[in-house]
Design a protein around this ligand. Structure first.
Ligand SMILES: NC(=O)c1ccc[n+]([C@@H]2O[C@H](COP(=O)([O-])OP(=O)(O)OC[C@H]3O[C@@H](n4cnc5c(N)ncnc54)[C@H](O)[C@@H]3O)[C@@H](O)[C@H]2O)c1
Length: 308
């Protein structure tokens, strides 16, 4: 039997995630939204691309959670996105209500599912999903680090004029201005980038990475990034669906790891068939540890506002 992935929210990120899943022939896709007609129309359109792309995926659009029953994975992109001048945190209260509603219905229809949370502010929304779902932490994972590290990798590859395939990069912490890019653990063909780029070059790349989402929001003016965010969520889904056991930076519910307890923060995670299979603890310098704690504190502030 083919795997089944539900994508909740058929806006920019959700519809593009459906597109990547189908293009990679990872699973059948159910696209769900509160708006009538849009998920149905986008699903039908994408389905009609399958003969051209030579992919056998069924793609269904719906407003009814009954159609999502027994999904292996539910990717949640429902909610409002940023506009110029808005921070991710400005989305907090609206997206909290949406997330709570979506998770209750999605988990009722698919009690064995794994949730990948995408809606912002990411870490607080992952925490909301975790508390609402009542699932073990292995099955509620947030997407941010894969995107942030992809941005970091892009800029490193550009600066070095090398293939993006040569570049790995690590970004820890919450998905926001306090994220913690780690140049020491970022490499080109196995060589730490700290050996290949000057401090000034690295500082500029780190700054652009942390500002990566806002740079795109200010260009688009009517929405936020979606090609790379959806590709990032689908890389996580692929690692789970194929039990690849990739180590990816994801938002996970920490229970003492990195000195953080009871909070979603971005850390290196092994993703396989059981979802979050391991949190990898790496050594941090005192400076990096302080930056991570600062990032966790800003997630905690939002979680406190929500009282969850
Ligand atoms: N984690 C990340 O790195 C990251 C990156 C990019 C975007 N995002 C976030 O992802 C979310 C989606 O972004 P987008 O650009 O696709 O926005 P969008 O406005 O294009 O799409 C959001 C969709 O959610 C739907 N929706 C609203 N309430 C719903 C509900 N209760 N149930 C089902 N669907 C509902 C809307 O109708 C809309 O179609 C935003 O919160 C954005 O900030 C996160």
């Amino acid at each position: 039997m083919r795997k089944k992935v539900t994508v909740v929210g058929s806006g920019n990120v959700g519809a593009t995630a459906a597109n990547w899943i189908a293009a990679k022939e990872l699973a059948d896709v159910v696209l769900l939204d509160v708006v009538e007609g849009v998920p149905q129309g986008k699903a039908l359109d994408l389905l009609q691309a399958m003969p051209i792309e030579k992919r056998d995926c069924n793609i269904v659009g719906t407003n009814d959670y009954a159609d999502t029953a027994n999904s292996d994975i539910v990717v949640i992109t429902a909610g409002i996105a940023r506009k110029p001048g808005m921070s991710r945190d400005d989305l907090l209260n609206t997206n909290f209500k949406i997330m709570s509603d979506v998770v209750a219905k999605a988990v009722a229809a698919s009690p064995n599912t794994i949730l990948i949370v995408v809606s912002n502010p990411l870490d607080a929304m992952a925490q909301t999903a975790f508390k609402q779902a009542g699932l073990p932490r292995e099955r509620v994972i947030g997407m941010a680090g894969v995107l942030d590290s992809a941005r970091f990798r892009t800029f490193i590859a550009q600066e070095l004029n090398v293939s993006v395939e040569n570049v790995t990069a690590f970004v820890l912490g919450g998905h926001g201005d306090t994220m913690v890019p780690l140049p020491r653990y970022s490499t080109c063909a196995g060589i730490p980038v700290t050996e290949l780029l000057s401090k000034d070059q690295i500082d500029a790349i780190v700054k652009r990475t942390a500002n990566g989402g806002a740079e795109i929001v200010s260009l688009l003016k009517t929405g936020s990034a979606y090609y790379a965010p959806s590709a990032a969520a689908v890389e996580m889904a692929e690692s789970i669906l194929k039990d690849k056991k990739k180590i990816l930076p994801c938002a996970a519910y920490l229970e003492g790891e990195y000195g953080v307890n009871g909070l979603y923060v971005g850390v290196p995670c092994k993703l396989g068939a059981r979802g979050l299979e391991q949190i990898i603890e790496i050594n941090l310098t005192a400076e990096e540890r302080i930056a991570l704690q600062k990032s966790a504190a800003s997630v905690q502030e939002l979680v406190n506002v929500l009282g969850i």
